[in-house]
Ligand binder design. Structure first.
Ligand code: 48N
Length: 312
């Protein structure tokens, strides 16, 4: 008979370091003989190794099976991709959003502010998104400062992953686009070609290691402007003949760069919306350096553009 969930003691609340309050005394339960005792008698419920493996395999591969057909695929879980996912998930809980992130750790360049310093600057009015997320900040007038960039990134990650209509496959690379010719003879992006990132990065070390696919009527590319696979879709559009040449990101100019990225967020080719810093490589707009409001607003706009396509 399948064991019911162990009755575990109430979670020990984490006391501030200087608290005089001790952890609760040893708490024993009859089921599974668990014991939360920090004085040397801590006992876990029993487990079989196969139970752990099957718990992961069952969930991951049924999710992978179900999401081979998604409504929206977001490529890249940086600040733009995650902001886009949040906006989509909240405004359209009926839409199946699948995020593909090449790194094991999602978040892209938003774990630090600039030059490895931790504070994150966000120019108004993008601070409103921080208020929506509940991320605290210091108000400096024309801009606000989040005390640690990871406070934004960990908060939005936890919010996005909590939505029932959103799944994220990290350590998974998009290594090509599905490009079909529609009945009007127009080429349309209709999904993505995927592989484990470690495989994608090692194609030259083995014989052919074929990929997998995920089809979707809308693909949103948020692959950034640097990193091992930066500006992936922009570069692929050029090699596929859907874009004449890369615009190549221009020098830093905060006041020009941020509105250009937000206002330029759009469907760059049928079926493919581009957002965040990848757009600077596609369009040749300026970079903004260590300010993140445009990433959030561009992600939000990309979500709105995606909904227009889905509802058209
Ligand atoms: O953070 P990034 O790189 O990209 P954005 O556009 O979300 O945010 C950009 C921002 O961090 C800046 O660059 C700031 C504002 N600086 C500007 C400046 O002037 O320097 O996230 C992109 C994500 C990363 O996590 C990559 O790992 C991932 O996309 N990625 C991919 N994931 C799956 N498949 C791929 N082919 C792929 N390529 C990149």
């Amino acid at each position: 008979m399948a064991p019911s969930a162990a009755i575990l003691p109430s979670a020990v609340d984490l006391h501030p370091i200087n608290s005089t309050k001790k952890y609760s005394t040893a708490v024993e339960t009859t089921q599974y003989d668990v014991c939360e005792d920090y004085e040397g008698n801590y006992r876990f419920a029993p487990i079989e190794e196969a139970q752990v493996s099957r718990a992961m395999i069952k969930r991951y591969f049924s999710m992978m099976y179900e999401r081979t057909v998604s409504d929206v695929v977001i490529v890249g879980a940086g600040s733009a991709g995650l902001s886009c996912a949040y906006q989509l998930a909240t405004s359209r809980p009926d839409v199946k959003v699948t995020i593909l992130e090449a790194n094991v750790a999602p978040g892209g360049g938003a774990w630090l502010g600039g030059q490895l310093m931790t504070p994150m600057v966000v120019r108004k009015p993008a601070d409103r998104f921080l208020q929506v997320l509940g991320v605290p900040y210091e108000d400096e007038g024309a801009f606000v400062v989040v005390k640690h960039a990871a406070l934004f990134t960990s908060t939005i990650l936890s919010r996005v992953l909590a939505f029932p209509n959103v799944v994220m496959m990290n350590a998974t690379a998009v290594e090509d686009l599905i490009i079909r010719t529609d009945f009007q003879g127009r080429q349309r992006v209709s999904g993505v070609v995927t592989n484990w990132t470690l495989v994608s990065l090692n194609h030259d070390t083995q014989s052919c290691m074929d990929p997998n696919t995920i089809t979707a009527p809308v693909v949103i590319s948020a692959t950034g402007h640097d990193g091992p696979m930066g500006a992936f879709s922009a570069k692929r559009l050029v090699s596929a003949g859907l874009l004449k040449e890369l615009g190549n990101m221009k020098g830093l100019d905060m006041n020009r760069a941020e509105p250009a990225i937000v206002n330029g967020t759009r469907e760059v080719t049928p079926g493919l919306i581009m957002t965040g810093m990848e757009l600077s490589e596609h369009d040749g707009s300026n970079r903004m350096g260590p300010t993140f409001g445009a990433m959030m607003a561009s992600g939000i706009k990309a979500a709105k553009e995606a909904i227009k396509i889905l509802d058209s």
